[in-house]
Design a protein around this ligand. Structure first.
Ligand SMILES: Cc1cc2nc3c(=O)[nH]c(=O)nc-3n(C[C@H](O)[C@H](O)[C@H](O)COP(=O)(O)OP(=O)(O)OC[C@H]3O[C@@H](n4cnc5c(N)ncnc54)[C@H](O)[C@@H]3O)c2cc1C
Length: 474
């Protein structure tokens, strides 16, 4: 079919059939959830149609008659697993070291002063309050003891299980250069995002007081390492702060002179997208004043300096968005993990050696039937969480388990105001339609009605006013 350009925006073009087709398939709720699943509702077990390879998993009978399911992690995967066990005759204990579920895809908006922490987080206890077979424990799991069938908390307490779901996610990886973390912090938690927010806003305040031009230049240079979605989002947002949010507020310098540099070691940014969308993203970022440098490896990070081989960039704000490694908890289950610390699982999301242990989300290494690994994204964790819950229900009922199939509904990355890229099936689009779709998908997938309402209203307000509502330095 010939592609007829209909809309041409700053970042790229899209055509009418593509756009209509894309939006028609764009079911924002489905973006993060598995088919048949809705918030707090589980798939009936009779939905089982396909049988996986035989799994040796006998139904467990405890003295209460209800098997104990322990879930480690209340992120996308763990929380969905817990919800999908609603109504199943098991006792669910969800353990998390934080009291809240965090919507990580919008963390960068906290770091760049658009949203406040409570807009993207909700107490896990509150989310599960109506689920009678679930209880929540605030605690850090330090290890799994598969032979004893228990997890051990930081306070030494052991929590026994009949089925275990490991969903402890991932953290930053500095590829063996952990000493870089002090000078180039990453962003994984609300604390990280708030620290970054202060760092970014403080740089502008200090630039106002800078005594030399050289000092001011370093304060107004922001380097983001890693050209994945998070790096791109941060670069775009910091550029918008400089050009719009704090414009005309300083007397000794023009904030629009700030330099935002995005570094990527690979030949192109957003390598998980088709090449033409990566090119579109570079174009959109460049139009916003971001310098994109690809194909160069960071060789050293020192206080205020990033080294790229011989080249040096002086910057007071350096942000790491380059790599993740799975939670170290995976190393305690006694099976070899992959290079990123992920635990290999069977087609039914179990451990081969311990079929009563399910591993999901960023902690798991799952290979699709086409031989490709699933990506470390929220929809994978959510779908796997749901599937693990369904499989535990099947095991409890003495039925064979089902193999997991990831339903890829597309990907999108936002860049800034009216700018984004998206891929839905074979359709790609960028600029305003992608940006609008990104906003709808993200607001709809927030956990509570309060957050959906507040974030939606705040985005509309900020869009109209070119402002950021959470510009607080702590
Ligand atoms: C900044 C950022 C932006 C992202 N943007 C996107 C995006 O736009 N789209 C997208 O699809 N994906 C995005 N991702 C990836 C996505 O958030 C993850 O793939 C997803 O969160 C994985 O879900 P999970 O359940 O495996 O882990 P998580 O959601 O990370 O949850 C893990 C949970 O386990 C808890 N935990 C960890 N260790 C322990 C322990 N030892 N004891 C007890 N509890 C523990 C944690 O507190 C956490 O609540 C982003 C990630 C980050 C960090």
């Amino acid at each position: 079919m010939a592609r007829v350009p209909l809309f041409c925006y700053a970042g790229g073009c899209c055509n009418a059939p593509a756009l209509l087709g894309s939006l028609a398939t764009l079911n924002p709720t489905a973006w993060f959830l598995a088919p048949g699943e809705a918030r707090g509702r589980s798939i009936p077990l009779s939905a089982a149609t396909e049988i996986a390879e035989p799994v040796k998993l006998e139904p467990v009978k405890t003295y209460t008659g209800r098997p104990r399911v322990v879930i480690v992690g209340g992120g996308f995967g763990g929380l969905t697993a817990a919800r999908s066990l609603k109504g199943v005759p098991v006792e669910v204990t969800l353990i998390d070291r934080r009291n809240h579920h965090l919507f990580q895809p919008l963390l960068y908006q906290v770091a760049t002063a658009s949203l406040s922490p409570a807009d993207i987080a909700q107490p896990i206890r509150e989310i599960l309050r109506k689920q009678k077979n679930a209880k929540v424990v605030l605690g850090e799991v330090t290890r799994v003891e598969p032979e004893a069938k228990q997890v051990v908390l930081a306070n030494g307490e052991a929590v026994p299980y009949d089925y275990l779901v490991l969903a402890a996610g991932a953290r930053h990886s500095y590829f063996g250069k952990d000493e870089w973390e002090t000078d180039a912090p990453g962003m994984k938690s609300l604390d990280d995002a708030l620290a970054l927010r202060s760092k970014i806003l403080l740089a502008f305040e200090q630039a106002e007081l800078a005594e030399t031009e050289e000092e001011r230049r370093a304060l107004l240079t922001f380097v983001i390492i890693g050209g994945g979605p998070t790096g791109v989002e941060l670069a775009g947002a910091i550029s918008e702060i400089a050009h719009h949010s704090v414009a005309r507020e300083f007397r000794n310098f023009n904030p629009a002179t700030a330099k935002v540099i995005l570094l990527e070691a690979l030949p192109r940014i957003l390598p998980m997208f088709p090449e033409k969308l990566s090119e579109s993203a570079v174009k959109q970022l460049t139009e916003m004043g971001v310098t994109v440098r690809t194909g160069g490896m960071v060789t050293l990070i020192e206080p205020g300096v990033v080294h790229l081989g011989e080249d040096q960039i002086r910057a007071k704000t350096i942000i790491w968005a380059a790599g993740v490694a799975a939670s170290p908890l995976g190393k305690t289950v006694g099976v070899p993990t992959d290079r990123a610390g992920r635990v290999p699982v069977t087609s039914t999301l179990q451990l081969e050696a311990h079929p009563e242990i399910f591993v999901i989300g960023d902690q798991a290494s799952f290979t699709k039937s086409d031989g490709k690994p699933v990506p470390g994204v929220a929809p994978v964790a959510t779908q796997e969480g749901h599937h693990a819950g369904v499989n535990i229900g099947l095991a409890v009922a003495g039925q064979p388990l089902l193999p997991f199939e990831y339903k890829d509904r597309g990907s999108m990355a936002t860049i800034g105001r009216n700018r984004a890229i998206a891929q839905v099936g074979k359709y790609t689009f960028s600029g305003f339609p992608a940006w609008l779709a990104w906003n709808v998908v993200h607001v709809v997938n927030l956990n509570s009605f309060r957050n959906r309402l507040f974030v939606g209203l705040r985005w509309i307000w900020d869009y109209v006013n070119y402002k950021r509502g959470a510009r607080l330095i702590e």
